[in-house]
Design a binder for this molecule. Structure first.
Ligand SMILES: [Fe+2]
Length: 252
């Protein structure tokens, strides 16, 4: 197996059917950029569309129809699992059952993607059943460098809004990760801005959105989730056997 691995993480694409194709264009720009870097894998970490609608999934499916590398997706709080299955029939890695959680073992870095959305809610949750799945799945390959992906940030970013609507059960998530030293990075989205944190021993990164970037609300009285003129983008995670993992912001 190769000693080099490039993962493009694209998040919160929020594709719509009523924006003259703007969000889909940004997604396609990110895919084209990832292709130029010859990435090995592309992973979309949720909020594929803006409002769980069929017409939005139709636009989304079109936008990702010819990716420059194998492409995988996770749901976010703006997604609908059943519609994802319907509109993405070629995504045969989706497991049966309720949750769209899966592990990718075919690359030099293992990717464990966990679906932790709560239908109808903005926050995420890790039920005992999902925590057990994550623990068992990570235990299957204790010696292989592993990236764990999810939608909601599993650490506090100190934002007044996003800490309320991030992953509930952060302590449970952290305690699972702490038992698996091979986890070299946790990656997520949801906050629409680049942020870096820590989950047990693993650095954790919130990818920006390809659609819009939120400002921070750190003090009472500040606007919550203000849109900014900051640059949307995606993350390029570059791994080598000798050097480990480096994560780069890639502006659109
Ligand atoms: Fe989002």
């Amino acid at each position: 197996m190769s000693s080099k691995f490039l993962l493009a993480q694209i998040s919160d694409t929020h594709v719509r059917a009523d924006d003259d194709g703007a969000a889909a264009r940004n997604l396609k720009t990110a895919l084209a950029q990832a292709g130029k870097y010859k990435v090995d894998v592309i992973l979309l970490t949720g909020d594929l569309v803006n409002d769980e609608r069929d017409d939005e999934y139709a636009v989304f499916a079109c936008a990702i129809a010819d990716p420059p590398a194998p492409l995988f997706v996770l749901p976010g709080n703006h997604d609908d699992r059943a519609r994802m299955r319907t509109w993405l029939p070629s995504h045969t890695y989706f497991p049966r059952g309720d949750f769209l959680s899966y592990a990718l073992d075919q690359f030099p870095v293992r990717i464990v993607a966990i679906d932790q959305i709560v239908p109808g809610e903005t926050h995420g949750a890790l039920t005992p059943q999902q925590a057990d799945w994550l623990d068992r799945t990570l235990a299957e390959a204790p010696d292989k460098p592993t990236i764990v992906a999810l939608h909601h940030p599993p650490f506090s970013t100190y934002d007044l809004l996003f800490d309320q609507i991030g992953l509930f059960d952060r302590d449970t998530f952290k305690s699972v990760i702490s038992r698996h030293r091979q986890v070299i990075r946790v990656i997520c989205g949801h906050h629409h801005r680049l942020a870096i944190g820590q989950v047990a021993h693993a650095p954790a990164i919130v990818a920006p959105s390809t659609s819009w970037v939120y400002g921070l609300a750190l003090n009472p009285g500040q606007d919550l989730a203000p849109k900014t003129a900051e640059q949307p983008g995606w993350m390029l995670h570059a791994w080598t056997k000798e050097g480990g993992l480096a994560s780069h912001f890639m502006g659109l």
